[in-house]
Design a binder for this molecule. Structure first.
Ligand SMILES: Cc1cc2nc3c(=O)[nH]c(=O)nc-3n(C[C@H](O)[C@H](O)[C@H](O)COP(=O)(O)OP(=O)(O)OC[C@H]3O[C@@H](n4cnc5c(N)ncnc54)[C@H](O)[C@@H]3O)c2cc1C
Length: 413
């Protein structure tokens, strides 16, 4: 029997699947929408996000906040639900947002639970049927679609894949959706963790565990600076975390994946060149010769970082600026502006907030999210080859791609 074309199956009830289902029903109440999720309680990732506060979006979102597929395509998808519309949508479903540093927008209540509850309530109000504990094992296309699920087969006229990537697999996002997309004709940009803490081999981090400060990380490919990521850096017992390290992780891991000669360095004086630091410390030595190098450093960096840096540069910590040799000063300037960090890997998908790689953007129509490989199949959210930097950008991608798909579905005849 041919399934009615107006019956839509959305696979995955995370941020992108929920948004797609709600907007599809709101735009076209004549369509029935079933939202299938393998987890007993969908939306687990929304609950744990943003330290259980859910950084829903950012005041300013552009294609430059994302990596992966072409920015021109990302820009078109983002246009489907710009930030003001996202804010208005959450306000409408009972989740007013408030702004924090870096333009991050959180629910005013500071509770991710409120975001998830509001989305589930909005889905219910819109008439979406949510089917939890329903894992989709396979999808086949014919005159419609047949979905093989853990509760038996079901039919649909259109299918939306919103199964996420591989990050935090215990929430149900284990990459199974990639296999389904491939079985329907799609290819896959090989995935790696993104927004993941990095493990280091050199001992520099060991004594600094728990210390955070502003820094700039540079990712080097084949001896050339490929990316510079500025923000707070957190030293841990295994290596580095915090926004700067999380943003850098996908570049390091993509470099390794692509077999490039990849290196990472940290600047403790973001924006300052080696020469500028050298000149500044020369002037400092002239102005305050009786101050020790270590104490002068501790005026601008946490004391433990100052200790680690003088030790790394091989400078006795009691050395006075008056006795600071040109060689030592230049060695310190090098350590301050480009200390090499030896990355052994990341903490993996269990700790990654996102997935880089996924279904290539060229394989979807960005104005509708419809597959160019399989008509009436739509793909949204993190399963696509897009990953945002830290700050609410990954959720915005989920909301915008969900809206674009809903508009695409409502325009189908
Ligand atoms: C710890 C953590 C904190 C984060 N914090 C933030 C933040 O504050 N701000 C931000 O913007 N981003 C944040 N992110 C990233 C953000 O959560 C994701 O980018 C976003 O949730 C992706 O949404 P999605 O709907 O595409 O995929 P997911 O949220 O991964 O949802 C996919 C859903 O599909 C279901 N599923 C998978 N396969 C199948 C199948 N075969 N059959 C049925 N169901 C299936 C899964 O159970 C899951 O519910 C965070 C991520 C993590 C891990």
């Amino acid at each position: 029997m041919t399934p009615p074309a107006e019956h839509i199956a959305v696979v995955g009830a995370g941020a992108a699947g929920l948004a797609t289902a709600i907007f599809t029903r709101e735009l076209n109440p004549a369509r029935t929408v079933i939202l299938l999720d393998g987890a007993a309680r969908p939306g687990a990732k929304i609950l744990v996000s943003g330290g259980s506060r859910c950084n829903v979006t950012n005041t300013e979102v552009t294609a430059d906040d994302y990596w992966g597929g072409k920015r021109t395509i990302i820009r078109r998808v983002l246009r489907a639900l710009p930030v003001p519309s996202t804010i208005a949508f959450f306000e409408r479903i009972g989740v007013p947002l408030k702004e924090e540093g870096g333009g991050k927008l959180f629910p005013r209540s500071d509770r991710s639970r409120d975001v998830l509850d509001a989305l589930l309530r909005a889905a219910d109000d819109a008439g979406v049927t949510v089917s939890a504990s329903t894992r989709v094992h396979a999808v086949t296309a014919g005159s419609g679609f047949t979905l093989q699920t853990s509760r038996g087969p079901t039919e649909a006229g259109a299918v939306v894949l919103a199964t996420g990537g591989l990050s935090l697999p215990k929430t149900g996002s284990d990459g199974g959706g990639f296999g389904i997309a491939q079985s329907l004709g799609h290819s896959l940009v090989p995935p790696t963790p993104a927004l993941a803490p990095l493990m280091l081999s050199n001992g520099f981090h060991a004594s600094l565990s728990g210390v955070a400060h502003e820094a700039e990380l540079t990712v080097w490919y084949d001896g050339r600076a490929a990316e510079r990521l500025r923000g707070s850096l957190l030293w841990t017992h295994f290596g580095i975390s915090g926004p700067a390290a999380l943003d850098a992780s996908r570049h390091v891991l993509r470099g390794h994946l692509q077999g490039r000669r990849t290196a990472l360095s940290v600047s403790f004086v973001p924006g300052e060149s080696f020469d500028a630091v050298d000149v500044r410390w020369t002037a400092r030595a002239a102005a305050r010769p009786r101050t020790s190098v270590r104490n002068a450093l501790a005026e601008e960096l946490p004391a433990s970082v100052a200790d680690a840096l003088v030790a790394h540069a091989g400078i006795a910590s009691a050395t006075l600026l008056a006795d600071f040799s040109r060689t030592d000063r230049r060695r310190l300037a090098h350590a301050l502006t480009a200390l090499p960090l030896s990355v052994t890997g990341s903490r993996g998908y269990d700790y990654a907030e996102a997935t880089a790689g996924g279904v290539p953007l060229e394989e979807i129509d960005p104005s509708t999210m419809e597959s160019r490989k399989c008509p009436s199949l739509f793909l949204v959210g993190e399963m696509l080859d897009v990953d945002g930097r830290i700050g609410g950008f990954n959720f915005q991608w989920a909301w915008s791609s969900g809206r674009a798909a809903a508009e695409g579905i409502s325009r189908r005849r």
